[in-house]
Design a protein around this ligand. Sequence first.
Ligand code: ADP
Ligand code: MN
Ligand code: MN
Ligand code: MN
Length: 416
Amino acid sequence: MKFAAAAIIAIATSASQALAFAPISSQQRSTSLNAVLSKATGQSSMDPAVIARYDALPYPDDSILAEYVWVDAIGNTRSKTRTLPSKKTESVDSLPKWNFDGSSTDQAPGDDSEVILKPQRIFKDPFRVRSDGKANILVMCDTYTPAGEALPTNSRAYAEQFFLGKEDEETWFGLEQEFTLFNLDEKTPLGWPEGGMPSREQGPYYCSVGPENNFGRAITDSLYKACLFAGIDISGVNGEVMPGQQEYQVGPCIGIDAGDQLMMSRYILQRVCEDFQVFCTLHPKPIVEGDWNGAGMHTNVSTKSMREEGGLEVIKQAIYKLGAKHSEHIEIYGEGNELRLTGKHETASINDFCYGVANRGASIRIGRDTQDDGFGYFEDRRPSSNADPYLVTGKIMSTIMGPAEPEIAPMDREES
Ligand code: ADP
Ligand code: MN
Ligand code: MN
Ligand code: MN
């Protein structure tokens, strides 16, 4: 798939997005010098015919472009590219380790700045598509010191310990990634009037259609196709409750792979938004004033025994364990989550733990199907949209494999 600028112009939905493709005046140019993001950065300001000319150049037969992706000190993804002979790109084991300047990402001191990148998972590159039947690749990596120790910010290595040796449990995770799209001013969500609020309150936007309701569908759909091409198990997308908010789901994925896939999907999301010149945030409460939903990363979980006859009881036992460790979980469920978990807007209060069948105001929800079938999965609704998926899945795994805890009474409620 190609995100050629011509296609982007055709699907730009708002006037301000369209502006991003107009020529910039000298006055705009001078004001944009100090801006973090100008209104005309990147590919969008270029002639699509020029981009297409380079895009059409064939790749040398035996060269694969490998984009090494890693997580930086604040949980964002970063990447850089290298050319490799194709035989080195066949598996994570044949891929060479690489390094980057950790002093530029707050991941190493300046006097010993090298950070080692260790390839962990290969995806197809949906951005540098080639026509010779081969695929360039995206490589999800984690980070080590030259002596081979995992960096403190390498949450993948930390989480993996809870999965190693527990492969027989076949733990599945389905992660719902909500995100919010803004104009490049980083203040105005897509579809919102500049400096104001939508005239209609929440209600019509969730899973919506229509130009007055759904803002950013083209981005979500491009992300969807790019993830499918890459080999990510993206299981669906939908418009969210706050205008400008969208969601996609990744999974079910087994064990640590859920973290790898979700992290790479976030990288792809940022790349797609770069192409569209739309700002994306994973902040859990991007609009604090007014009655607007926050953004989460609901985490759906099941082990093999939960998915079999009698699984509902196993699910309840797991929920009691999660309840006993509520505050430990909240600690790693994302920064700013206290702004979101208020007990309103389909959340439970950050201070209390509760669970219920079909209850979207609970910390943990058991779906009605799971209740009726007597087996299935549960949904931890607490993690925020910016939570670290390695930490969240690793912590859940460690807790539900722990010792039994006392029963907790459910808070069931009719599904609204
Ligand atoms: P919601 O109704 O909460 O919006 P979604 O449909 O958005 O739920 O997301 C549910 C996620 O749970 C999907 O990614 C789906 O693949 C995943 N899922 C389905 N069955 C299981 C299971 N048995 N274990 C773990 N995850 C599951
Ligand atoms: Mn969902
Ligand atoms: Mn949602
Ligand atoms: Mn959900």
